[in-house]
Design a protein. Structure first.
Length: 60
C-alpha cells in the first residue's frame, strides 16, 4: 500500500504542475502530459491492486 500512496502523491504532483504550467503558458502539451500521467498511474494502480487481490485469492 505504501507503493500506491507514493504513486498517488507523485502523480498528483505531476498532474497539478502540468495544469499550472498550462495555465501559465497556454501550451496544450502540458495538459496532454497531465492526461497521460493520470491515465498511466491509474492503470498502474489497478494492476497493483489486481496483484494484491490475486495474492489474497491464491493464499485462500
Amino acid at each position: 500500500m505504501l507503493v500506491l500512496r507514493l504513486i498517488g502523491m507523485l502523480a498528483a504532483a505531476l498532474i497539478g504542475s502540468g495544469i499550472v504550467a498550462y495555465l501559465a503558458t497556454r501550451d496544450r502539451r502540458y495538459l496532454v502530459m497531465s492526461w497521460r500521467v493520470g491515465k498511466y498511474s491509474l492503470i498502474l494502480a489497478l494492476v497493483i491492486l489486481t496483484l494484491f487481490f490475486l495474492e489474497r485469492v491464491i493464499v485462500l
